[in-house]
Write a protein that binds this ligand. Structure first.
Ligand code: ZN
Length: 411
């Protein structure tokens, strides 16, 4: 399924869903979560490694867990405790069943595994983790099991509201025979993750499930401010920061010339220099995602690449309140699969100043003079002093050529 990447697509789909599991483990009071086993381990009858072993779990097993404290978790199915450091909570992400046909959900990760549910084509599952053999552990409408990883894709999402004045009936499955689990009031804002045969899967912090598509009105997202007409436009972009030393100098020069730019930041650096990141946002610049720590995303699985970007998005959002909607893959390395499946707009460049390589302000300016055109995206790095040293002359030159300085979204 070819997916159009659109500016209205929100990364909210990637927010990590803290979903609790009801039903089958109702004996215990505390919430249960999906975990994966990091290494072969024993289950103990008490929260003490010296206590009697009541069972074992193999590496990579998917289990339901009740967190107890920093050191121990409880595994209801095994009626015992395991060390918290040996298991990892798996975050759920919405995925669409990107097929023409219904796909079975199986109890075990094998082709002959017992079928516990049949997931409609284009329906939405929560994918927790991938396991060996090309299988993923999922929740389909409240039923847990395994599906082939290859049929699952990250969805595009669209903002929608409930337009039915009486509200919309919410169901766990896309069929009239599924019981109504809730009624979503009129005007509630949600995201639509998939729509097919008259049903839409919608979600927000409170609700998730299927409503009739006819009960929804599409929302048009606010348009970014249009730049002034009649001038040439150029987007200055700065990668690999924020840097505590260089970024503030860049910001001061941009402010002096009332220029807007886009900063593709590393999550790791944002975490180190939150004040600087805040200042970038406060000055009205756009913040894009440049991965957590500059790994080549093409060397990761698509799932791990997405997780890396999501981690960075969350860090930026936690500091600035705004989730990046664009990403620049480190080294400009991107695959067709990333373009199709990563739910953010990729942004590369067409004017490379090579500032990181020559560290020479005059060469940075010369590369801009040679290559800048209307609509260009200029690549620089706000971690080198020589880039800050070059910036004022770059801006003066471009301004005198009739350019205005806009963000990627305004280009
Ligand atoms: Zn970079």
């Amino acid at each position: 399924m070819k997916k159009k990447i659109s500016v209205i697509v929100s990364c909210a789909v990637l927010f990590l869903l803290a979903l609790t599991i009801g039903g089958q483990h109702s004996a215990a009071k505390s919430p249960t979560y999906v975990y994966k086993v990091n290494e072969n381990l024993y289950v103990h009858e008490a929260m003490d490694v010296q206590s009697r072993k009541t069972g074992s779990l193999p590496k990579n097993a998917v289990i339901f867990v009740q967190p107890i404290n920093n050191n121990w978790v409880y595994v209801p199915n095994k009626k015992g405790y395991v060390e918290a450091s040996k298991v990892a909570r798996q975050q759920g992400l919405y995925h669409v069943v990107a097929t023409k046909d219904t796909i079975p959900v199986r109890k075990t990760a094998t082709k002959s595994g017992k079928v516990v549910a049949n997931a409609f084509a284009k329906s939405v599952v929560i994918k927790y983790t991938e396991v060996a053999g090309g299988w993923s552990f999922v929740n389909y409408g409240g039923t847990y099991g395994y599906m082939p990883t290859s049929v699952l894709q990250l969805p595009n999402s669209k903002p929608v509201t409930i337009q039915n004045a009486k509200g919309a009936e919410l169901r766990k499955l896309a069929t009239r025979s599924a019981p109504v689990i809730d009624t979503i009031p009129a005007k509630t804002q949600l995201k639509e993750y998939s729509s097919f045969v008259g049903w839409s899967f919608v979600g927000n912090d409170t609700y998730s499930g299927y409503v009739k598509t006819a009960d929804l009105a599409k929302q048009t997202p606010p348009k970014p401010e249009p730049p002034k007409p009649g001038t040439k436009k150029i987007a200055l972009t700065f990668d690999d920061g924020p840097s505590a030393k260089v970024t503030p100098q860049i910001l001061a020069i941009l402010k002096k010339y009332n220029a807007k730019a886009t900063f593709f930041v590393l999550g790791q650096e944002a975490q180190k220099y939150p004040k600087t990141l805040k200042q970038i946002a406060a000055d009205g610049h756009q913040i894009g995602n440049h991965s957590w720590n500059h790994r080549d995303l093409t060397k990761l699985s698509i799932y791990n690449a997405q997780q890396d970007l999501t981690k960075t998005n969350k860090m930026v959002a936690s500091i600035t309140g705004v989730t990046p909607k664009t990403y620049r893959p480190p080294y400009g390395a991107i695959t067709q699969q990333m373009r199709q499946q990563i739910n953010m707009k990729p942004v590369l460049w067409n004017v490379d100043t090579l500032d990181w390589q020559h560290r020479n302000p005059a060469k940075t300016l010369a590369n801009v003079k040679k290559n800048a055109r209307n609509g260009s995206v200029v690549l620089m790095h706000d971690i080198h002093q020589t880039t800050a040293d070059a910036l004022e002359n770059v801006i003066i030159y471009l301004r005198d050529q009739g350019y205005s300085f806009v963000t990627i979204d305004q280009l």
